[in-house]
Design a protein around this ligand. Structure first.
Ligand code: ADP
Length: 460
């Protein structure tokens, strides 16, 4: 069942119940008022009768003959002995009390009775002389008029409830349709986007700005944007991986073809094939590592690591590389710092960052590494006075496969895939740390890695 129908049914039912309740209350209230009016008239008649009533010297009730009763008034005077002492002409054939219950009542009593098919309201009043009960007076009035009014009121209320409920249902349907129209248009637009598979489209804003439909449209559009970005990233990633795989595979295929044609075992071709196979192995390894790190599922030890020792080891390791590229490689201030983490992964972060510094700094340039502690963090810094990173490239350097055009040309080994910084970034994030970059074009770059210092045991 559609939302429109459901809402209409709910609102109509609620309106119907409210109207019915209100009508019942009105009916009961007016009925009570009408009965109260009859009771008042009975009281007035009793007051009038009392004035003309005569009681014999023995205290016996004598018939009341002088009183002229209105035609719709019924009257009976009963003696203590159960003898009818007098009655109005309209009930002079009746030999039983108007209200049997009222005969022996010690208090005035109102009762509804039926006399020969006519509904009558009867007031019974005990008659007492001194301390002696001498009989009962019963005065009745027909309820015909009251009942007719009640019936007319009942019919009027039932038809009012029916008409107002139907009208409420109809206007509710119109209003709900109007309210839901923007939502329906938004749904149609969303369906079109899904059917056309065109994620560049957005749902146009509907209705009033800031209302629930508008918020829903905003949220939907944001999700589409995220999806579009995600798919674009995936597409670029697949294209990049394909591109990076093709180069080594082409070299391997070319060398194999050459050896087949020459029908000789060529040492140079074998070396080239082996190098390209290494390159492929490294690429695949890096990709697996990145995928695991990005998903937060990188298998990582969590042990105490002396960062200063790691830094010194990497420094020794990369001194050879720096010498080859004629880069001045220096140690700055190195404090002792303990962190919790995976020693091999942290080594990889340092290798990636420092080798970048050496790689991108022209011959004669300087790379300085250092370590200190600051506000609960170990702070590793890798500073070079190389070309710096252009402002437009800066937001992208931690993306997979990103390589600045200039860097491609300057990089002297040509081996990079644009994965080094992404890997470093994710390893640091998995250690609950962060990487910052400060760079000035033409003056140099400083990468700073912040890692939380060890506090207590190294637990997960
Ligand atoms: P790769 O070094 O394989 O290209 P990285 O992910 O390590 O990939 O680096 C991404 C890009 O960031 C590099 O291509 C280069 O443009 C830039 N970059 C990184 N480190 C430096 C640096 N020290 N100086 C200048 N540019 C750098």
């Amino acid at each position: 069942m559609s939302l429109k129908i459901r809402l209409t049914i709910i609102s109509t039912t609620i309106a119907g119940v409210i109207f019915t309740l209100a009508s019942v209350i009105i009916y009961l209230l007016i009925s009570a008022i009408l009965i109260a009016q009859v009771d008042q008239k009975l009281q007035d008649t009793w007051e009038a009768v009392r004035l003309v009533m005569r009681v014999s010297s023995e205290g016996d009730l004598e018939a009341i003959r002088e009183f002229a009763f209105e035609s719709e008034v019924y009257f009976q005077a009963w003696g203590k002995d159960g003898e009818l002492k007098g009655s109005s002409s309209n009930v002079n054939q009746l030999e039983r009390p108007l209200s049997p219950d009222g005969i022996n009542s010690a208090q005035p009593l109102f009762a509804d009775v039926n006399i020969d098919g006519v509904a009558v309201r009867v007031l019974s009043v005990p008659l007492v002389v001194g301390e002696r009960a001498i009989g009962t007076l019963q005065i009745g009035r027909s309820l015909k008029e009251v009942n007719r009014t009640r019936e007319a009121m009942f019919e009027a209320l039932v038809s009012t409830v029916l008409i107002t409920t139907i009208l409420t249902g109809y206007t509710g349907w119109l209003v709900i349709q109007r309210i839901l129209r923007p939502l329906e248009r938004a749904k149609d637009a969303a369906q079109q986007i899904t059917q056309s598979n065109d994620l560049s489209r957005r749902i146009p804003q509907q209705g009033t700005r800031g209302d629930e439909v508008d918020q829903w449209v905003d949220a939907f559009n944001q999700n589409i944007s995220r999806l579009e970005k995600l798919i674009e990233t995936q597409r670029r990633f697949i294209a990049d991986v394909g591109h990076e795989l093709r180069t080594p595979l082409t070299v391997i295929k070319g060398n194999l073809g050459l050896m087949r044609r020459m029908k000789t075992y060529d040492e140079e071709s074998i070396t080239s094939i082996s190098q390209e196979a290494d390159r492929l192995t490294r690429l695949v390894g890096d990709l697996i590592l990145l995928a695991q790190a990005e998903a937060g599922k990188l298998p990582m030890e969590r042990q105490e690591v002396e960062l200063d020792t790691v830094l010194l080891e990497v420094f020794r390791q990369l001194t050879v590389l720096a010498k080859e590229s004629q880069t001045k490689f220096k140690l700055g201030e190195v404090d002792q710092a303990l962190v919790c983490g995976d020693r091999d992964r942290l080594t990889q972060v340092l290798v990636n960052l420092i080798s970048n510094g050496i790689k991108y700094t022209p011959s004669g340039g300087t790379v300085i590494v250092g370590l200190d502690k600051h506000e609960g963090f170990a702070r590793l810094s890798i500073a070079d006075n190389g070309p710096g990173i252009p402002a437009e490239d800066l937001p992208h350097i931690f993306e997979r496969f990103f390589r600045a055009e200039k860097a491609r040309q300057r990089s002297r080994d040509g081996k990079g895939y644009g994965l080094g910084l992404s890997i470093a970034y994710w390893i640091v994030v998995n250690h609950r740390g962060r990487i910052e970059v400060e760079t000035t074009e033409g003056a140099g770059t400083t990468f700073t890695v912040w890692l939380p210092l060890k506090v207590g045991e190294c637990l997960d």
